[in-house]
Design a protein around this ligand. Structure first.
Ligand code: SF4
Ligand code: SF4
Length: 137
């Protein structure tokens, strides 16, 4: 299939296995992400940050439980309507455009990602998806 015809659904279909909600260095959250989660949960912003976020350099990560899962994982994402941009965009993220080999690394961990498409096609498709900011399927 020509790369111009590939869609997000051609490259990815989430199996809801939850593997990406565990480990992998954690989930970065922006201030907008944190504010949306606080509003969704009816929490005070600073309470939510101290309870559910951990600093990582200049940024924040969602806290993880002792078993390595994200604090918001409970057989499914409990904040799905407001999950952080990094979760919403996966696997159509900037680092794949920067180096398409990252798709291969990510696909080894995520069963929903196609592994039989050329990396040039993947990069073109991800670049197009990011330019339109289309939601994940
Ligand atoms: S690892 Fe991939 S397939 Fe599994 S829940 Fe995460 S995005 Fe979906
Ligand atoms: S916010 Fe939801 S989708 Fe994102 S890592 Fe946590 S449980 Fe998974």
């Amino acid at each position: 299939m020509p790369s111009s015809n590939l869609t997000a659904a051609d490259l990815f279909g989430c199996t809801r296995c939850g593997d990406c909600c565990r480990g992998f260095g954690g989930t970065y959250v922006s201030r907008e992400d944190i504010a949306a989660i606080a509003e969704f949960l009816g929490d005070d912003l600073s309470d939510l940050m101290s309870r559910c976020c951990r600093p990582s350099g200049e940024r924040y990560l969602l806290a993880q439980r002792a078993d390595g899962y994200c604090i918001f994982w409970d057989q499914t994402c409990t904040i799905h309507p407001v999950k952080p941009r990094m979760c919403r965009r996966w696997p159509f993220i900037e680092s794949v455009v920067a180096d398409a080999f990252n798709w291969k690394i990510m696909a080894a961990l995520c069963p929903g990602m196609r592994k039989d498409v050329s990396l040039d096609q993947v990069r073109d498709c991800v670049r197009r998806i990011l330019a339109t900011e289309a939601p994940n399927p």
